[in-house]
Design a protein around this ligand. Sequence first.
Ligand SMILES: Cc1cc2nc3c(=O)[nH]c(=O)nc-3n(C[C@H](O)[C@H](O)[C@H](O)COP(=O)(O)O)c2cc1C
Length: 205
Amino acid sequence: MHIVATPRGDESRTLQISEAFLDVFIRTHPDWVVELLDLTKEILPSLTMKRVDGKYVLLDGRELYGDLKDAWLEIIAHIERFNSADAYLLSTPMWNFSIPYFLKHYIDIIVQPKYLFRYTSSGVQGLVKGKKMMVIMSRGGDYSIPASGFTGDFQQPYLRTIFGFVGLTDVNFIIAQPMDIDSETQKAKLAQAKKDAIAAAENFI
Ligand SMILES: Cc1cc2nc3c(=O)[nH]c(=O)nc-3n(C[C@H](O)[C@H](O)[C@H](O)COP(=O)(O)O)c2cc1C
């Protein structure tokens, strides 16, 4: 499943890298089908009081009942779609030091007790097992050098944490940065990220 969290289409640096990855992946894995989930075009259910109530019912170990069940139909459809994938490619830029809001919205919808994780007496247990994820990201600044002044990377640690929480521990990152400082560096870093993506695609699975 290719999860897209940039609305910039052909202008997107992140998607240029993902396309390089997918070109090789599709060629070397002819029996795989890539399903696109474009979060910028998806109308995701809003987390109303009723829908949030459902989360607490599940946290309490009870089943959804009555109109809670209806309120959760769309949420469960998104969870099932996510779970039906055998591997994930996530394409996301950094927005305000973190992830774009449509990706956060999606995460708030699918990360649900009983479905993606459960609390046990020995701690939390992620329920998404044995699957890989590749995260392709780009940023305007450069967060790899603390001295550059860009110290607030809440994107990569957050994604590692939230997907690790649900059981996805085999997550790799390709990061293109800095994209918005000067065009020479941008070209060189984008080209390097595409090379890294091409190298990673063949043996991703
Ligand atoms: C709303 C918005 C917020 C952004 N916030 C940051 C930021 O906090 N740090 C950063 O380095 N770049 C930031 N950027 C720049 C993007 O991360 C960068 O241009 C990236 O390459 C865009 O990816 P895309 O071309 O795939 O959409 C922001 C861009 C937008 C549109």
